[in-house]
Design a protein. Structure first.
Lengths: 270, 235
């Protein structure tokens, strides 16, 4: 299983391109699924060029996140921005918008098209739909656990598959179909973290436990999922620690460990 | 204008198998939970027990197992003459039906799928698909969902009230699993949620909803006459 690292600046590009297998980033002119986190974007086109060069210098591919739904009036501008960054050598796009998928598949430039988990692809026919656009990889939605995914993966091994690093990244609701995410039109990305009351009882939107999420990673590893993604979130020091945890997990998995032992030995991670 | 009521097995059981008057059709199933989508037996029983009501199959995002079940229900329902309209919320189910010309059910694009595809519904790709398959009806519940669709077209809208869709989960807080051993613990009640994020919020099973009464009047006022084909109610 290869590691994809989200990066937000040149220092992270240097560090993670020497250690991860692949990088990805976002830019403010192409809205991506971090619209509430301006500081996670590479703001300057010269810095975009720099991080692409850093990745390639270390023999690593680097992808651009373009995984939102876009207004038709912005398509011209988006295509122009993607083409500009493609001209700087970016290897592919992480995308969900069917207009963009259709456009870049037909018109080029030739880019690896990675289907975002926000495309809500839960079955083999959904994969067939997106396969029309020659996507090379699909990021598995967080709410599709391994036991419901195995037949889908077995049926289409032409594609490569990717999961998130779940201890760090797990939405309580299905990501990609969540108007709640920005219902109040305020720059608050954490609506789902707020508690609420039902019949006077305080409740939260629930997620799987830490051990359940680590178990999911084990199961996806056994299903031979190709990539695990570390999101762009967090400070540099925190991300180094997260990366270290991912490496530790993969080393344990490569050593033919049982599921129970794996979950136990990684118990210090969330 | 037609009036439709959303029902499922739990709802029908709780109401003695009967529906109130004033509805031309029933949206039978669930937009958000695949476990609540009926099989062919349920559809035939509903058609038998509720004569005069058009039965429209309401479907959700589908995992592999439930895609197979739902496809079987649609194929058998259609060939058996008891099903001719489906609300589709899964891109895979849409892809399947579009490529099966022998299964001529009318397809409505569900409000979750409208949100999933967003403005790309206006892309040449989808315009071509909708024309080929004669898809001209879309479920909508807010000014946002209307905004995704083409503004100058012959599209028809089925307008949902009194709730708009906010979010759905597949993770069950009761069993702490994804759909594993579902015992329908969540039930079918609509429960008010007191939230600091937004007002008039509700929880129904695995889905969060928001009252859309304020939007309904604006939506109806903003569209040319005849564009809203159906009002769809959740009681």
């Amino acid at each position: 299983m290869k590691i994809v690292a989200g990066i937000i600046n040149a220092a992270e590009a240097e560090y993670f391109s020497a250690r991860a297998d692949e990088l990805y980033f976002g830019v403010p002119q192409i809205e991506n699924h971090r619209k509430w986190y301006d500081w996670q974007h590479i703001r300057n086109i010269r810095d975009v060029e720099k991080i692409i060069k850093i990745a390639h210098k270390n023999g690593k591919k680097i992808y651009l996140a373009a995984n939102e739904m876009y207004r038709p009036e912005s398509y011209g501008r988006l295509v122009k921005s993607v083409k500009q960054i493609a001209g700087l050598g970016v290897d592919g796009l992480i995308v969900r918008d069917v207009f963009l998928l259709d456009y870049f598949n037909k018109e080029g430039p030739p880019l690896d098209l990675v289907l975002s988990s926000t495309a809500v692809c839960f079955n083999s026919k959904s994969l067939d739909f997106f396969a029309q656009f020659n996507v090379s990889r699909a990021v598995i939605p967080q709410h599709l656990p391994p036991e419901e995914c195995k037949h889908v993966l077995a049926g289409n091994r032409r594609l490569k598959y990717e999961i998130f690093y779940f201890p760090d990244c797990f939405c309580p609701n299905i990501d990609g179909i969540c108007p709640y995410h920005d219902i109040n039109k305020v720059k608050n990305p954490r609506n789902c973290n707020f508690s609420f009351k039902i019949n006077g009882k305080t409740c939260r939107m629930e997620k799987p436990s830490g051990s359940a999420r680590r178990g999911m990673i084990y199961d996806f590893y056994k299903l031979k999922v190709d990539y695990i993604k570390m999101a762009r979130d967090g400070g540099f020091k925190e991300k180094k620690a997260v990366f270290g945890n991912i490496k530790r997990m993969l080393e344990l998995l490569e050593g033919d460990i049982s599921r129970g032992e794996f979950v136990l030995k990684t118990g210090d991670i969330m | 204008m037609e009036r439709a009521l959303i029902v499922n097995d739990d709802w029908l059981k709780a109401h003695g198998g009967k529906t109130p008057g004033g509805f031309d059709s029933l949206y039978y199933g669930d937009e958000f939970c695949q476990v609540k989508i009926p099989g062919l037996g349920g559809i035939k029983k509903a058609a038998r027990n509720l004569p005069g009501k058009k039965i429209i199959l309401l479907t959700s995002v589908l995992t592999q197992e439930y895609l197979k079940r739902t496809v079987r229900t649609i194929r058998e329902g259609f060939s058996g003459g008891c099903l001719d309209e489906v609300v589709v919320n899964d891109i895979g189910l849409l892809h399947y039906l579009v490529n099966k010309p022998d299964v001529k059910v009318a397809i409505n694009i569900g409000r979750v799928l409208v949100y999933t595809l967003g403005f790309s519904l206006r892309s040449p790709f989808f315009i071509k698909m909708f024309k080929k398959r004669k898809i001209d009806a879309f479920e909508a519940d807010s000014l946002d969902s209307f905004g995704y669709l083409r503004t100058k077209s012959a599209l028809k809208y089925n307008l949902h009230a009194p709730y708009r869709y906010l979010a759905q989960t597949r993770f069950c807080g009761h069993t702490q699993k994804f759909n594993g051993g579902c015992d329908r613990h969540c039930g079918d009640d609509v429960r008010p949620v007191i939230s600091g994020v937004t007002d008039k919020m509700f929880l129904k099973g695995n889905v969060y909803l928001k009252d859309n009464s304020a939007d309904i009047a604006r939506i109806r006022g903003s569209l040319p006459a005849g564009r809203i084909k159906r009002l769809v109610f959740c009681l």
